[in-house]
Design a protein around this ligand. Structure first.
Ligand SMILES: *Cc1c(COP(=O)(O)O)cnc(C)c1O
Length: 426
């Protein structure tokens, strides 16, 4: 008899009528850690990384020294950052808090890029002290502030201009960042003047461009336009005698929440090669969602059901404070009972207990009959799930659990109101 049972499949799967994550039963996780909790599959995160790495970075010439900087805001849990750090990831950060997390996870400053339209002086100073790879500069005023802070510290700040190419990413308005009316980046027409100005700032090494036009992109076309715009800028800046050594191509690659047609990574890599492959620049990628979205679920329990003349409500113990995406972006997430039910589906609205009409996870969803106590999973919530959670209605911040090699570990315990009350004077 074999004492070496086959390794469980990666990710989330049903077996004998109930769901597991990498060999661990969801019912056991709920019993041990409570609900609502985020559950992550380490194997799925690694798979997504390998996928991106194999199809995109490994297909480029090593001369590009391509670097994948995980967008920390998608999932800043230390265990997640450590997993990617061990695979060679850098970090794309948007605050000094994310800088602290990335450094604590063992990501060296040499692999950290810093974006964001409102970097405070203390945040810039912290990034300078550690000597990060790049500031992605979003205004002239910020450029001057970074230069002044670097001069005062007697260091050189490495920077790129974040270009706003005025392109519609074709995504939800609230996650679109590359339009002229968005607050992000600097318009192309201003870039040359800024490079010229930067020559007078010896504490600033401005030698890169960056672009990030939005999140959950499902079409190559907008990216093609953005990369072509970068190419033109590089060529014209070089003609004016400027040195360009780094191109940061941003993130934004979408995932399938509801059977969306997706960007083919091989075609994406070809597009990169075609537009910027011959420019002799180091290439930086900033995937966030792509690496973690499918690797997480929100495990929650039905508190109650109620019906009126028009609707059947299923009320969960998770709410919009745990997972904001449906309320914020009208996003779709599959909702799956942990224990399989062989009964005809009912049309229900799945909601949370928070006192807001926006606290809805799904409207008119066809689900098998659910009763109080039943466990359900809200699928594909590994990105922008826990990272956006808050304590509205004085609710707990949800726990986070990492499952790997048939073992589960708590990677953030739930944070209770009692925890938070410590910070308010008696
Ligand atoms: C949020 C963000 C990303 C990551 O976006 P995803 O859609 O999660 O890949 C990358 N770069 C910048 C500058 C960002 O703000």
């Amino acid at each position: 008899m074999s004492t070496n049972p086959a390794a469980p499949p990666p990710g989330f799967y049903a077996q004998n009528g109930q769901f597991f994550c990498e060999g661990v039963a969801m019912t056991d996780l709920a019993a041990q850690f409570g609900t609502p909790s985020y559950v992550y599959s380490a194997a799925l995160m690694r798979q997504a990384w390998q996928n991106f790495h194999r199809q995109v970075t490994a297909s480029l010439s090593p001369a590009h020294a391509p670097l994948i900087c995980f967008a920390v805001k998608a999932n800043p849990n230390l265990a997640v950052l450590r997993l990617f750090a061990a695979l060679g990831a850098g970090a794309d950060i948007v605050s000094s808090g994310e800088l602290q997390r990335a450094l604590k996870a063992g990501i060296t400053a040499e692999k950290i890029v810093f974006a964001g339209v409102g970097k405070r002086d203390d945040e810039i100073a912290a990034a300078l002290d550690h000597g990060i790879l790049q500031f992605s500069v979003e205004s002239v005023e910020e450029l001057q502030r970074i230069a002044a802070l670097a001069a005062a510290k007697n260091v050189t700040a490495r920077a790129a201009i974040r270009v706003n190419p005025d392109i519609d990413g074709g995504t939800h308005a609230k996650i679109s960042t590359g339009n002229k009316h968005n607050k992000f980046g600097i318009e192309q027409a201003q870039v040359a003047e800024i490079f010229a100005h930067a020559r007078q700032l010896p504490s600033l090494q401005l030698d890169g461009l960056s672009v990030h036009i939005g999140s959950q992109l499902t079409e190559l076309k907008p990216l093609a336009l953005a990369f072509a715009a970068l190419r033109q800028l590089v060529l014209s800046l070089r003609q004016s005698g400027h040195r360009l050594t780094r191109l940061d191509l941003g993130g934004g690659i979408g995932v399938s929440y509801r059977g969306e047609k997706l960007i083919d990574l091989a075609a994406y890599a070809a597009l990169v090669n075609e537009n910027v492959g011959d420019l002799g620049c180091r290439l930086i990628f900033e995937p966030g969602r792509f690496l973690v979205a499918k690797a997480g679920i929100l495990l929650t329990r039905v508190i109650a059901t109620k019906a009126n003349s028009s609707r059947n409500f299923v009320i969960l113990d998770a709410a919009m404070n745990d997972l904001m995406r449906p309320a914020l972006y009208d996003s779709y997430h599959d909702i799956v009972p942990v224990v399989t039910r062989h009964a005809p589906p009912q049309r229900v609205d799945v909601v949370g207990p928070v006192c807001e009409s926006a606290d809805i996870f799904a409207e008119h969803r066809h689900l098998p009959p659910l009763t109080p106590g039943d466990l359900v999973m809200i699928a594909d919530t590994g990105a922008y799930g826990a990272s956006m959670s808050n304590s509205y209605n004085s609710r707990h911040l949800p726990a986070e659990i990492m499952v790997e090699d048939s073992k589960a570990r708590l990677v953030r315990r739930a944070i209770s109101t009692l925890d938070l009350l410590q910070f308010e004077p008696d």
